[in-house]
Design a protein around this ligand. Structure first.
Ligand code: DI6
Ligand code: FE
Length: 403
């Protein structure tokens, strides 16, 4: 029996290992067995079922988009125009548009229709080197439609080689059935939606939107206490439009991640550091909303909070189905270095999803690898919209990028 199923030789490898300087670069070979990286070294060793020379091409961990809303129907281009004319996101939401307009379109769509709409979005991310993606519900806002969305997300994972992690975001907006009674809707999520979704194995985490226009800190805390008692990890849309103490709240519940964070205070950052909560920055939403308040990047660095970057792809605040573009925006808008951007879409994105088996090139990790036609990994946060992915492997198998 050969030592490796697949041996990649003559590779320039950026391991993105935690603590390694300069992308963790080395030149050499990668031995893969049973879908796992089993061996790394400068000179190829052992026998292999399949040996392939990469002729000096670069290999990085496959990318991870740890925050998306790619399952939805309809679009909000008309609202985008309204916002360009001066209306704010909050005004549109309070007038019954915003998230609710996507909820109406998503409720009307069938499961098959939602799958048909989401698949090209997933393929677009995959062609940029994404092998793991998180997808949230949150445009159903009732038991049947939240389940419909999560089933679509699971089917996306089953019908592609990409791993899909699903998140229940029933606490995204207040549905019309619970008008003026957010507390009663939170009770309904805790008593009905959450247990049903978990019993059907449809969610890997629970998320909420903590904002003046959505749910308050105490309401989110109630949902998180219930999630905690059921043993499901939490994450939070926190401090995007105002400092609502979202980072502190996420940290209090040892959330996997707190996301957005434009208005997070240094106290919030310290709480996240203490709780080991990953910061997820979403520059497309910052750009689309015309936001000017920058997330506390220096404080996150000083406190050693791991920073991930995600697309947040959604029809309202982030109509940009590209993780590479978000890397470029994170460097340009938030002044993250290209190396921080790469860590943000690999090892730190894996942390934001609670997936210690991936996100860097190390022995024992999944062989989810991206092979690139580039001259240095810093190019990955520099170009966007440029087809530089030469090959994507998930668990050691080449993905068909044309399908
Ligand atoms: N993520 C979200 O869930 C909200 N903002 C964000 O960045 C709203 C999404 C939407 O407007 O549909
Ligand atoms: Fe979001």
């Amino acid at each position: 029996m050969p030592d490796w199923d697949l041996l990649l030789t003559d590779a320039r490898v950026a391991t993105l290992q935690d603590g390694a300087a300069d992308y963790g670069v080395f030149e050499g070979a990668i031995g893969i067995r049973d879908g796992v990286i089993e061996w790394l070294g400068e000179h190829a060793e052992g026998s292999a079922g399949d040996t392939r020379s990469l002729d000096g091409r670069w290999v990085t961990p496959a990318l991870i988009d740890c925050h998306t809303h790619i399952v939805f129907a309809g679009n909000r281009a008309a609202e985008f125009e309204q916002r360009l004319r001066g209306a704010s996101y909050e005004e549109i939401a309070r007038a019954g548009g915003g998230i609710m307009s996507t909820v109406r379109a998503t409720r009307e769509a069938s499961e098959d229709e939602l799958l048909r709409l989401a698949l090209p979005r997933l393929m677009a991310l995959m062609r940029e080197g994404v092998a793991t993606i998180e997808i949230k519900s949150g445009y159903g806002l009732d038991i049947d439609n939240e389940i419909k969305m999560l089933r679509v997300a699971r089917r996306l994972g089953e019908s592609t080689p990409i791993e899909v992690r699903t998140t229940l975001l029933a606490a995204h907006a207040l549905p019309p059935e619970f008008k003026n009674d957010a507390d009663r809707y939170i009770d309904h999520i805790c008593a009905e939606i959450l247990p049903r979704v978990l019993s059907e194995g449809l969610a890997d985490a629970v998320d909420a939107y903590c904002e003046d226009i959505a749910f308050s800190g105490p309401q989110v805390a109630r949902l998180f206490r219930e999630s905690e008692s059921l043993g499901i990890p939490v994450k939070l849309h926190a401090d995007q439009l105002t400092d609502g103490g979202g980072a502190e709240l996420a940290a209090h519940f040892s959330a996997l991640s707190a996301d957005h964070l434009e208005y997070t205070s240094t106290v919030g950052v310290a709480a996240m550091a203490e709780a080991n909560t990953t910061a997820v920055l979403l520059p497309a939403a910052f750009l689309t909303l015309g936001e000017t308040q920058l997330p506390p990047v220096d404080a996150l660095r000083e406190q050693n909070v791991p920073v991930a970057i995600a697309s947040d792809c959604n029809p309202g605040t982030a109509p940009m189905c590209s993780l590479r573009s978000n890397m470029m925006l994170a460097s340009r808008l938030f002044r993250l270095t290209p190396e921080e951007c790469m860590a943000g879409v690999t090892r730190n994105a894996a942390r934001a999803l609670g997936l210690p088996d991936r996100g860097s090139i190390e022995t024992g990790k999944r062989a989810d690898l991206a092979i690139w036609d580039i001259s240095h990994p810093r190019e990955l946060a520099y170009w966007s919209g440029t087809p530089q992915l030469s090959e994507l492997l998930t668990a050691g198998h080449t993905v068909n990028l044309r399908a």
